[in-house]
Write a protein that binds this ligand. Structure first.
Ligand code: ADP
Ligand code: MG
Length: 321
């Protein structure tokens, strides 16, 4: 298979055919038409085999996850995703692998009305870089820096399942087979919270997606916003599978520090909370209040009235250097 037949077969028609794409895959550059009154939101993420997904991950799931993590960044900005490019480095051109990868990527792109408009294909160790572009109404992006003292802190969905899914690959966890499958599903096929973010963003002050673990990501909000936060781990939403893995009633380390959840953490003014919750009710996803923004510059983690000490730490690519 040549580079060009590979691109033609697997990447020339991925995702929704959007009317604002003037030129997609095939020329030296793609041409798109941004809408008046909107600003562009742009983000890029690389996934490397063995770092961002286990070596044995199915090609379909790799395709899905490489787009999901980028969509999650759009969700965290309150942005509407539109266009993506894909830089793919492959050890060899394997048709079965490429077909499954392309399907995983397409299934998610179709769901969120995103079109693959270009990319690059090279040979080497498996690595996938996706750049996503979307839009926000001018001046309405949801940033990390707009949390205010008194805001309530919420998270979507449940936390810690992806981290436990990863652990389940190398150690025996006390979960049923069905629950183990659910943990692996959370690790391999995260669902970006685009729809929820698009509906809720007018009510929110700040947001971040939880990719490195709640404690690390909430710390980014408080640093950028120059505030502090107090959260109570006993309020963290966890799944039935998570509860089966808890060695003690108090074990919230995976929910607090585990990566790869791709849920949203956001802050909302007390005066907007009721309206936000009314909008949240139109979604099946859980929205859980876990704490409050306070003055200062520290993240205080409690278990009810006591301080909580985590024994795990969030992932950092360069921490040992
Ligand atoms: P160039 O020689 O200009 O770098 P390429 O040969 O890399 O162009 O790519 C040819 C066309 O195919 C371009 O439009 C490029 O955007 C697109 N393309 C290449 N690889 C991919 C990919 N993995 N996914 C989507 N489009 C791709
Ligand atoms: Mg190229």
């Amino acid at each position: 298979m040549s580079e060009f037949s590979l691109i033609e077969a697997y990447f020339s028609a991925v995702g929704k055919s959007r009317p604002d794409v003037i030129l997609g895959v095939g020329d030296d550059a793609a041409i798109v038409a941004p809408s008046a009154g909107e600003s562009l939101a742009i983000s890029v993420d690389t996934l490397i085999e063995g770092v961002h997904f286990p070596v044995a991950t199915e090609a379909y799931d790799i395709g899905w996850k490489s787009l999901a993590v980028n969509l999650s960044d759009m969700a965290a900005m309150g942005a509407k995703p539109k266009w993506v490019t894909l830089a793919l480095t492959l050890p060899h051109a394997d048709d079965v692998w490429l077909a499954a990868f392309s399907r995983g990527f397409s299934d998610l792109a179709n769901q969120y009305n995103v079109q693959l408009i270009g990319g690059d294909t090279t040979r080497g160790t498996l690595s996938i870089t996706v750049q996503i572009m979307g839009s926000v109404i001018e001046g309405q992006a949801l940033t990390r820096s707009a949390a205010q003292v008194g805001d309530a802190i919420y998270v979507t969905g449940v936390l810690g399942d992806a981290a436990l899914g990863l652990r389940s690959l190398s150690e025996s966890l006390p979960v049923t087979e069905v629950n183990k499958a659910a943990l692996l599903e959370a690790l391999n096929k995260p669902i970006p919270r685009i729809n929820e973010a698009r509906d809720l963003y007018p009510y929110l002050h700040s947001a971040i997606d939880i990719s490195d673990g709640l404690a690390a990501d909430l710390s980014h909000i408080i640093k950028a916003s120059k505030v502090g936060a107090v959260i109570d781990v006993s309020l963290l939403p966890v799944s039935e599978a998570y509860r089966q893995c808890q060695l003690t009633e108090k074990d919230y380390d995976s929910a607090l520090t585990g990566g790869d959840d791709y849920e949203l953490c956001f802050t909302v003014a007390k005066s907007s909370e009721a309206a936000m919750l009314a909008e949240a009710k139109t979604h099946t996803l859980a929205f859980t209040k876990i704490g409050e923004i306070v003055s200062g510059d520290r993240l205080t983690i409690k278990y009810r009235n006591d301080l909580y000490e985590a024994h795990q730490h969030s992932y950092d690519h360069f921490i040992q250097e």
